[in-house]
Write a protein that binds this ligand. Structure first.
Ligand SMILES: Cc1cc2nc3c(=O)[nH]c(=O)nc-3n(C[C@H](O)[C@H](O)[C@H](O)COP(=O)(O)O)c2cc1C
Length: 415
């Protein structure tokens, strides 16, 4: 499921200093599989010539509605008619005002008027310009309209030397916002809680037990659910990953902290709990408040069990009246007989689904970009081919949605 595949995206380029970063945006959109066309305002061409965008997109650039040679290629409304998404970047104060007023005074604004697709604006301007009351009124009016959405602006050092809000969002953030607009919102209205990453069980302030989990699989699940419209809370162990767009992230270090955070999130109501974290099963029995000197270190470390977050949350939140109870999905990282062990986990912890993977397989498990999952449910097994963790996350969510539909149908029959 690649929402960019076969899609036509028109990038409307405004006359701001950030225009050079839009070249990278175009490249990323094309890398994801979209066909990209560019339209430029007259002022944008003062910064970069159309040749750059023509070379990047492989298509002529629409710059002039009245140029007969361009008319022959685009027709008057052709570009807009074919668009699945329009991205205005950089959306200058001037361009935002013209779009808000419904003007059709150049190639960019006329194309926006002529297309029926969603329009994503990525503003970029000096901080004072961004804070300007009329600019904010224009932004507010466009947001209320429903057809227009915004990504950014971010904060930081601006091209004019000032620091503050007004930076064009990073090209990958604009791509994420575009992906959301192109993704069917089949999880809209659902609340999903996801755990990811390892836990860290301290022995003293400088020593801890942990495992090799990087959090990539759980973050991929959180991102995919958010892209599909779910409201996502991601409870993350210590990892070095960027929080996916639109996801509420709460960090936890130890298993005990993670359990407390999960309980709070599930207590607030959830439709799915997807437990992808590699929670340490044991922790040091004693935690020294000070670093234990090397000479005083014992050769033995007494360990105690940590809470089984998934099993205990299933017991605590799983017996509420259907359909109020969340769906419980676990992961099983195994080194042998993955599906068989996953089924034992499914039954033993009364889960709705277990996603099993053999972490000893090449391209599967900790730290890899890909995974090969077997989705085990009471109905059977779905062995997925090797794919990216994002792809695997989407397959898992699609299977979970089917279970949710079945559960709600059963509840309807019982009612
Ligand atoms: C060097 C330079 C940089 C500019 N950068 C921005 C900017 O980042 N954002 C903005 O809103 N306007 C910026 N402007 C002003 C716009 O170019 C001007 O408002 C213009 O009318 C925008 O036209 P357009 O939106 O139709 O492309 C800049 C102007 C200059 C000369």
């Amino acid at each position: 499921m690649n929402p960019f595949e076969g899609k036509n995206i028109v990038v409307g380029v405004g006359g701001g200093i950030a225009v050079y970063r839009v070249c990278e945006l175009v490249r990323l959109l094309m890398k994801r599989g979209a066909a990209v066309h560019a339209a430029m305002t007259k002022n944008a061409q003062e910064f970069v010539t159309p040749v750059t965008f023509e070379a990047l997109t492989g298509h002529p650039v629409l710059t002039d509605l009245f140029d007969l040679s361009q008319k022959a290629i685009f027709g008057h409304l052709e570009l807009g008619r074919r668009a699945d998404l329009f991205i205005a970047a950089p959306a200058t104060a001037n361009l935002i005002a013209r779009i808000r007023m419904g003007m059709g005074d150049d190639a960019v604004t006329t194309t926006i008027l002529s297309c029926a697709c969603p329009v994503l604006l990525a503003p970029a301007m000096n901080v004072q310009m961004w804070k300007n009351r009329q600019v904010q009124e224009n932004v507010g009016a466009l947001k209320r309209d429903g057809r227009f959405s915004f990504v950014g602006p971010g904060s930081g050092t601006l091209a004019c030397g000032t620091v503050g809000e007004g930076r064009l969002s990073e090209p990958d953030e604009i791509v994420d916002a575009a992906e959301k607009l192109l993704t069917p919102q089949d999880m809209a209205g659902l609340k999903v809680v996801v755990t990811a990453g390892p836990t860290r069980e301290m022995a003293d302030p400088v020593r801890f037990l942990t495992n090799p989990s990087t959090g990539k699989m759980g973050f991929a699940v959180a991102k995919a659910a958010a892209m599909r419209g779910a409201s996502v809370t991601l409870v993350s162990g210590p990892v070095s990953l960027k929080t996916p767009m639109g996801v509420r992230r709460v960090d936890a270090v130890s298993a005990i902290q993670m359990q407390r955070t999960v309980n709070e999130a599930l207590g607030a109501g959830a439709d799915m709990f997807i437990s992808a974290a590699a929670v340490c099963d044991q922790r040091p029995a004693e935690v020294s408040p000070h670093k234990v000197k090397k000479e005083a270190l014992s050769s033995e470390l007494e360990l105690v069990r940590t809470p089984d977050i998934l099993k205990e949350s299933r017991a605590q939140f799983g017996d509420a009246r259907i359909p109020a109870r969340p769906l419980f999905v676990g992961f099983a990282a195994e080194t042998e007989r993955a599906a068989e062990n996953a089924r034992a986990k499914l039954v033993g912890k009364k889960l709705d689904m277990v996603a099993a993977n053999d972490v000893t397989e090449a391209g599967s498990g900790f730290g890899t970009e890909t995974n090969r999952l077997v989705l085990v449910t009471a109905q059977g097994e779905n062995a997925l081919p090797p794919m990216t963790k994002e792809g695997a996350a989407n397959e898992l969510l699609t299977e979970a949605l089917k279970l949710l539909g079945r559960r709600d149908a059963d509840a309807g029959k019982g009612a």
